[in-house]
Design a protein around this ligand. Structure first.
Ligand SMILES: O=C(O)CCC(=O)C(=O)O
Ligand SMILES: [Fe+2]
Length: 262
């Protein structure tokens, strides 16, 4: 099975939460921008730094990807599932798409953009990821409960197909009783993505009809997580792992203000 990353470099935390989605404890720090605004605000800066245009990224996610996902789904190849809450969908490293698709996406497009949007959350230091496609359909998974991701930052792109319902919702600060009183609802637009902090409360409303496939990339910055496991909220106890593990490393801690993370 294809794995990504430098062998022996990445670890998981012994808290064994590697594949889980957890109910959020971190606060809201969302910055939504529609594509037009994103292009206006950041396009010139990104281009001046020689970064790829978001259009290039869109082209990578055309029908060919959905077709390949379906072929894989139909095959009898062994399959892990994205996480403990999604029972359908595909892990991109199992398809061999981590290195050719997701790593360049992270390094060439997402990192430059997220360095501008989320500098304090490792946006400029995204050194690994966990990428998967979630699938919702009648008779299969239909919704996703409120949780936070094992990620510093998350990209969620609507790949298709045709569906109603399934909107993402985002909650508020911590687990205060009012955290989900007035959630922010975000309808999917096929071909567009939402960037959010991984530690932010969110979930997906029930699918109405059709089939929904979304690409989810949990982006990780070891300089941030090496200080504090975002799942058990302790200093991580490192355990060897394959591929990107859970994105922890033994590298020298950087100058991250840990107080800003709690
Ligand atoms: O259903 C969705 O689009 C949200 C998926 C998600 O939040 C996750 O897998 O972490
Ligand atoms: Fe999530």
């Amino acid at each position: 099975m294809a794995t990504a990353g430098v062998p022996g470099r990445f670890y998981r935390c012994a808290c064994f939460c590697s594949e889980n989605l957890y109910v959020a404890r971190y606060g809201l720090h969302v910055r939504f921008r529609d594509e037009a605004q994103l292009r206006r605000d950041y396009g010139p800066i990104l281009r001046s730094r020689g970064c790829v245009d978001p259009k290039d990224f869109e082209e990578l996610l055309e029908e060919a990807l959905l077709e390949e996902l379906e072929n894989f789904e139909r095959s009898d190849l062994p399959k892990g599932r994205p996480n403990t809450m999604n029972n359908y969908g595909v892990l991109l490293h199992e398809l061999g798409l981590d290195e050719p698709l997701v790593t360049p996406l992270r390094e060439r497009f997402l990192q430059p953009l997220l360095a501008l949007l989320y500098p304090e959350w490792g946006g400029a230091r995204l050194d690994s990821h966990r990428a998967f496609v979630v699938k919702y359909a009648p008779g299969e998974d239909r919704e996703l409960g409120c949780h936070y991701d094992n990620a510093e930052l998350t990209l969620n792109v609507a790949l298709g197909k045709t569906f109603t319902g399934g909107a993402l919702y985002f909650g508020g600060l911590f687990q205060a009783p009012s955290a989900l009183a007035r959630p922010l609802e975000v309808e999917h637009v096929v071909g567009q993505g939402v960037l959010h902090r991984g530690g932010q409360l969110h979930g997906a409303r029930a699918l109405g009809s059709g089939e929904r496939w979304n690409l989810v990339v949990w982006l990780r910055a070891s300089t941030v997580r090496n200080h504090l496991c975002p799942m058990c909220l302790r200093e991580p106890e490192l355990v060897e792992d394959a591929g990107f593990g859970d994105g922890f490393t033994r590298e020298e801690p950087d100058t991250v203000d840990v107080c800003a993370l709690t």
